[in-house]
Design a protein around this ligand. Structure first.
Ligand SMILES: [Zn+2]
Length: 318
């Protein structure tokens, strides 16, 4: 199989109509050149990929981040990850072939907003106090003093405005937001205006989540970030009961494409596929290996046995 590279001539693809495929298992909506036709979904490995008519009204990408990691390097990252996880994993996973890793331009929304937060909290100020106490020394009751730290609490409320930029949320049904977060950060300075030539030779996905779903994810992430900012902003020695509500204004939401290498392995009929993801820009790897219940049990029993032996030996020898 030819390795996709960014140097591929875009001229050939621009004249050919693109192929629209849909995964009937996870809902991913792929767009690719006919030469890249696939029968298995790159996200979930389901053999349920069928041709579909183009969907009207799907937003075009505005920005795209190019692949910096080659197929060879992505394969090495995946192999290393699989080796490091093989101890407790189901044996089927060891048959996974890292060379099957596929480059996909994953759709995401790039979101920024002006957030105006109202907050309230209790702020703790510490102070020192000398207190007297009684103790018994040599059978006599004596009075002594000691310094103790106490906290005085006072209510605080106010407003904090700030610009929240560069929030990335998935627009893909195939790749969950938590998985995208695990691959972040992407270096967004390398983001370029989208042109079809940029993704020529690669598989891409159209946004398969609705704008409303993505907007809800993005708003939540922005409000959470305001919360984190507020915790750093709190005065005093400590705080408790911090609550905030943010009003969001001047929202900007653009579709962008992110480079991700995906290896999906269907190792058992009754289980979701194992998925190893590699950030196509930084090489960060994320995956979750399904554990084999028996191997974990045997390992746990082994540890318990060692502990029990140690306890027997020390208590027997004492
Ligand atoms: Zn799928």
């Amino acid at each position: 199989m030819a390795e996709p590279t960014q140097t591929r001539q875009p001229s050939s693809s621009l004249t050919e109509p693109l192929l629209h495929l849909g995964c009937q298992s996870c809902g991913a909506r792929l767009v690719l050149e006919p030469a890249l036709r696939t029968t298995r979904c790159p996200y979930c490995a389901a053999p349920a990929v069928v041709e579909r008519p183009p969907v009207a009204g799907v937003p075009e990408p505005v920005f795209a981040l190019g692949f910096a990691l080659t197929h060879t390097t992505a394969k090495e990252h995946v192999s290393r990850w699989l080796r490091s996880r093989s101890r407790f994993t189901r044996s089927g996973i060891r048959s996974a072939s890292p060379g099957e890793v596929k480059g996909v331009y994953v759709p995401a929304y790039l979101y920024s907003v002006l957030a105006q937060a109202r907050y309230r909290a209790s702020i703790g100020e510490n102070y020192q106090e000398t207190e007297t106490y009684t103790a018994t020394e040599n059978g006599k009751t004596v009075t002594r003093t000691r310094t103790v730290t106490r906290t005085e609490w006072r209510p605080l409320e106010g407003e904090l405005s700030g610009y929240v930029a560069d929030v990335l949320v998935t627009a893909s049904k195939g790749l969950q937001n938590a998985e995208l977060e695990a691959l972040e950060p992407f270096d967004l300075r390398a983001m370029a205006r989208y042109t079809p030539a940029l993704i020529s030779g690669w598989m891409a996905e159209e946004p398969s989540l609705t704008l409303a779903e993505c907007q809800a994810l993005a708003r939540k992430e922005a409000v959470d970030r305001v919360g984190v900012k507020l915790t750093r902003f709190m005065p005093g020695d400590s705080y408790r009961g911090l609550e905030h509500q943010a009003r969001l204004e001047w929202e900007a939401l653009d579709v962008c494409l992110l480079p991700v290498w995906v290896l999906a392995v269907k190792y058992a009929e009754d289980a979701p596929p194992l998925r190893v993801l590699v950030n196509g820009q930084t090489g960060a790897v994320h995956g979750k290996a399904p554990s084999s219940p028996w191997k974990v049990l045997v390992a746990v029993l082994g540890v318990l046995l060692v502990l029990a032996m140690g306890w027997l030996l020390t208590s027997g020898g004492g």
